[in-house]
Design a binder for this molecule. Sequence first.
Ligand SMILES: *Cc1c(COP(=O)(O)O)cnc(C)c1O
Length: 737
Amino acid sequence: MHVKRLGEISGLVLRLNTSYGRWSGSHKLDLGEMSGIPLKNNPSFILCFLSGTVYLDHAGATLFPQSQLTSFTKDLMENVYGNPHSQNSSSKLTHDTVEQVRYRILAHFHTSPEDYTVIFTAGSTAALKLVAEAFPWVPPGPESSGSHFCYLTDSHTSVVGMREVVAAMNITSIPVRPEDMWLAEEQDATAASDPDGQPLHLFCYPAQSNFSGTRYPLSWIEEVKSGRMCPVGGPGKWFVLLDAAAYVGTSPLDLSVHRADFLPLSFYKIFGFPTGLGALLVNSRSAPLLRKTYFGGGTAAAYLAEEDFYIPKESVAERFEDGTISFLDVIALKHGFDVLERLTGGMENIRQHTFTLAQYTYTALSTLRYPNGAPVVQIYSDSEFSSPEVQGPVISFNVLDDNGNIIGYSQVDKMASLHNIHVRTGCFCNTGACQRHLGISDEMVKKHLQAGHVCGDDVDLIDGQPTGSVRISFGYMSTLEDAQAFLRFIIATRLRPSHGQPLPLVMPGEAGALPAESEAQKAVPATRARRSPSLQEDASPDSRVWDNSPTTVDAVSLRPPLLETTRTQQTPSEKAAGIPDGGLGSHIVTNLFLYPIKSCAAFEVTRWPLGNQGLLYDRSWMVVNHNGVCLSQKQEPRLCLIQPFIDLQRRIMVIKAQGMEPIAVPLEENSKPAQICQSKVCADRVNTYDCGEKISSWLSKFFGRPYHLIRQSSDFQRNARKKRGKGMRMERKNYFQ
Ligand SMILES: *Cc1c(COP(=O)(O)O)cnc(C)c1O
């Protein structure tokens, strides 16, 4: 929780513009030196879809290089992999390949099958749940106080959730704060527990906090196992679960030295691909103790269908891998290891590279000052980024205004999206760390819930207090350019170079001047095109706008009294002349903007007919990707360059974009309705139809990706949920809003 104060902004901006080498004066930072770490222009590495994107959520999921996929698909094309439980030769090939991958995983963590078993799971969460269910818990009884399940409060939700499983077995859960562990470390406690005694306790802690990137000492493993350090007093033998899910993506881990009993992993955090595959590594001292309850395909040595007779398989992995494992994904891991090693030279290089980027960014960020000397960000960390031993490549922070007030993370997220910078916001499934760093009490968490805030939403401030933060995290393919693009974004959106003038917002794909009026546009009286206000579409109703953001315009305020004026055939000037100012009441329509295609540019009119969903044709269309997913400016900022014009006389919508021939789409619904399911409204299905191949190829040409235009069917009637609240009631609902 340090707010570092260094230097001046001007100095920083200068230094950011100088070469990497010169900036690095105080800390060594030379990418060229690091053999094999890929730069973005390495063709074997480039992800074509990544161009222009600054991806800074590697702790959420890292990215995969193209070569990893090509070598994996080549493998699948050249070999037949059957179900590993069959006996034929393709199945044998699968079985043997999977075994090779198990060795490879163990070798990656500097251990062998003698000391550890690999149990494939769906991910870290599934691995944690498995431990909760299978650990040899001892309930309290006349002779024993029972097992303890103990976890560091800076743990992922998936660790904390284990307490619900153990509670059902009458086991006590004890949260331990990092401060208490640091204290216990210093106290050099004389053994309070008996390393060979009963009952058995479990201590879980993250090797790296997924909130702040803090790396907790790996030495705790042996300290706790040996009883030298005791998370809780009392007799018993301690086992340690090291949640390595976040840590191993950017750091080597030597299990021959740090012999954790249980190690849950998610492979997408190391390789980016495959997803839905993880593992639980179990130490050979703990493996025989695990209790198996359920049995499924592949885990039984023998069982009877009619009698309670079941003998599990001998090997621990086979006993716990219920059903058929995700064997093709396991094979993909081999290619993940190969490519990772080839591109980077190994985890130690990754550790140095990612840490250096984080340290550089941290130093620069914590230096940023407003002209009045106030810091621009508040960083939440337990370290000063002094070494990769204590800090992972993660920076958690909130942006401040020049009075020291926090700017909500949702606003930062939206601005970052406009700059094509991808960050993570919220509490990152780690309420404990979030509370500790942001100073949120238990009562406040409950109050926030009552106020309608739930984990993962965009309610970023309640009573001016943050409910979460912004997190950036680096991966092995992150570059200095990524770090600098991020810093430039913070500087451009928060700081003005001298007096007054804000720095220009560098918008990806910024368009030039609007094209001249077209024929179609002239055909509709008094219309003009207007760029879609960038923040508007995603901004929540009560959103606080950044002081230098583009002005937002409320499209319309539909109130019955004012609709009357729309119906009368008056021009705006007649309207203004006819009604004295005082007689207008508090809600006045001054401009009308339609957004015929969701997320695209607005279409301004002075008068417009109403349809059964509000303004006629407002948000009737949307652009979807090849999977039918509706696109917003968040994913496709260039949507704002698409300008629709509705020509009511000719019954067409003309769509224009720079460098493209205008194209017309009929207003009539002509093709067969296709059903889509938009995530926002998944409970109900929305009837839509595709506007055809012609407009699809036009959009695909403009965006360079296969997109479609779809239209909400106007006869669609919503049957669920009645709209609540005052104001105008609409029977039909426009789902594209
Ligand atoms: C990501 C993560 C998890 C959960 O992993 P899943 O892949 O979501 O199951 C658990 N702990 C930490 C520290 C993590 O970073």
